[in-house]
Design a protein around this ligand. Structure first.
Ligand SMILES: *[C@@H]1O[C@H](CO)[C@@H](O)[C@H](O)[C@H]1NC(C)=O
Ligand SMILES: *[C@@H]1O[C@H](CO)[C@@H](O)[C@H](O)[C@H]1NC(C)=O
Ligand SMILES: *[C@@H]1O[C@H](CO)[C@@H](O)[C@H](O)[C@H]1NC(C)=O
Ligand SMILES: *[C@@H]1O[C@H](CO)[C@@H](O)[C@H](O)[C@H]1NC(C)=O
Length: 434
């Protein structure tokens, strides 16, 4: 039965049964859309999923490199369609679980006998626990890439039960985390399996009051006033880190995070002097560059951070500096900075990728943070001298950039600033055309 939702097309003989459990099977969406807002108090990106029977909205913090969806089952989880995943079931093996157990305070959601266990983690508080793998109904809006369409549902959507304490550090009202990472049970993998669409998804985040989006499935991805932002992307290979970067994990697990191969950094076309061995991933899983939605700003290993600040300061020496405002180390009197279509007029920062001609260019809107009326700071922070990952590209640096994660071909497509194209990630037309 576990396979009946993973590949409906192959199980035509089960079609009748599937219709009984999944009323949306007659309409097969090509893509799904999830609005994402930014919580100003925590700078977390928040989505609302509809889960359970009867359906309830559940707020979750987006975790790009997260392994799967987990929600708190300790408090107020009520659903007639909750099903724990049994030990040695197909669902259990899909999840890569290496644990199986009993629970003595149940039965209740999160506590059943003979169930498959995983290790849900909170990447913000750096905490983890063990939790029951389970399935329940989830519903989400389909899209044609331009507007939201019909609501569709997955009847046996796999997730993990977290605990109340695992919510510590998450935004107010949030009940779990939505993992979009490189696993077979992350949200992109499960949705593409459920509806047989391409294993890819687009992430387009914003800090404004108009929500950004995650679109599961292939493009077009159209932003007002009618621009398909999946066009003209630059592509770079996604790299696998052989050692899990989660706060809790089973021995031998690969990282679910999205790593890319940054080879050097340039400011106004001049190479920043950094130790390039920090940019590759060691066999112990240290070093390299990943993209994160749980870090509000890009975090750099100390020597890279120092070199970047020095080079940036030098190329902007004409602008008066002011006392740094935490957590930043380099701030300017912004009344002296010109303004451009892509933010304050500051030197561009290039993350050079697989060849000199392939780079991710970061303009003022993504490099600078306006901390006060007349103070603007370089929005990168110091990650210490022995961090697990040398460069963690954070939320501020990816806002208003479209990122297309193609899991099947292991490639990342990126747009650089959409402000150049006179649109934003907050410009999806959320008027339903269902
Ligand atoms: C699990 O099994 C034990 C006995 O093996 C039993 O005491 C307990 O009540 C069961 N718990 C649940 C949740 O069914
Ligand atoms: C560069 O970084 C590597 C890895 O941390 C370190 O072993 C090496 O000593 C560094 N080289 C220099 C010149 O600092
Ligand atoms: C920025 O420069 C203006 C104009 O010289 C000045 O009035 C203001 O006090 C400066 N602000 C800071 C924070 O230094
Ligand atoms: C948004 O989509 C709706 C439904 O297709 C359409 O009627 C409306 O004109 C669109 N809004 C804009 C600003 O284009």
């Amino acid at each position: 039965m576990a396979n009946s939702f993973t590949n409906l097309a192959l199980f035509s003989s089960l079609l009748l049964l599937c219709i009984a459990v999944s009323p949306s099977v007659a309409f097969r969406p090509k893509a799904l859309v999830l609005p994402v807002t930014k919580d100003s108090a925590t700078q977390q990106y928040i989505a609302k999923i509809n889960q359970r029977t009867p359906l309830v909205p559940v707020k979750v913090t987006l975790h790009l490199g997260g392994q799967y969806l987990w929600v708190d089952c300790d408090q107020g989880y009520v659903s007639s369609s909750y099903r724990p995943a049994r030990c040695r079931s197909a669902q259990c093996s899909l999840s890569g679980s290496k644990s199986c157990g009993d629970c003595y305070d149940g039965p209740k959601p999160g506590c059943n006998n003979n169930t498959c266990g995983l290790l849900p983690d909170n990447a913000i508080a750096n905490s983890g626990t063990s939790g029951e793998l389970a399935s329940d109904v989830i519903s989400i809006q389909s899209t044609d890439g331009k507007n939201p369409g019909k609501v569709v549902s997955v009847s046996k959507y796999l997730f993990t039960c977290g605990s109340g304490f695992l919510l510590e550090g998450l935004a107010k009202g949030v009940k779990g985390m939505a993992g979009l990472g490189r696993t077979r049970i992350s949200m992109p993998s499960l949705f593409s399996a459920a509806f047989s669409f391409d294993r890819k998804f687009a992430l387009c985040l914003t800090s404004s009051s108009s929500p950004g989006v995650v679109i599961f499935g292939d493009g077009p991805y159209v932003m007002l006033p009618g621009m398909d932002v999946s066009k003209n992307l630059i592509y770079t290979p996604l790299i696998i880190n052989p050692v899990s970067t989660a706060s809790a994990y089973f021995q031998g697990k690969k990282s679910a995070d999205y790593f890319i191969g940054v080879k050097s950094i340039k400011i106004n076309d001049h190479a920043v002097n950094i130790n390039s061995s920090l940019l590759s991933i060691t066999k112990d899983g240290y070093g390299g560059t990943k993209i994160s939605t749980v870090n509000p700003y890009t975090v750099l290993e100390t020597s890279i951070y120092d070199a970047l600040l020095k080079a940036f300061k030098k190329s902007l020496s004409r602008v008066p500096r002011v006392k740094p405002v935490k957590p930043f180390g380099l701030c300017f009197n912004s009344t002296f900075l010109g303004s451009t279509r892509v933010g304050p007029g500051v030197p561009q920062i290039d993350l050079v990728l697989q060849s000199k001609s392939v780079y991710w260019r970061i303009f003022g809107a993504n490099s600078m943070v306006q901390v006060k009326n007349d103070v603007s700071c370089l929005g990168f922070v110091d990650g210490g001298s022995k961090p697990r990952t040398s460069i963690v590209i954070g939320g501020h640096q990816i806002e208003n950039n479209l990122l297309l994660f193609d899991l099947a071909t292991s490639k990342l497509g990126f747009s650089s600033s959409l402000l150049f194209r006179q649109t934003t990630c907050g410009s999806f037309n959320f008027t339903s055309n269902a």
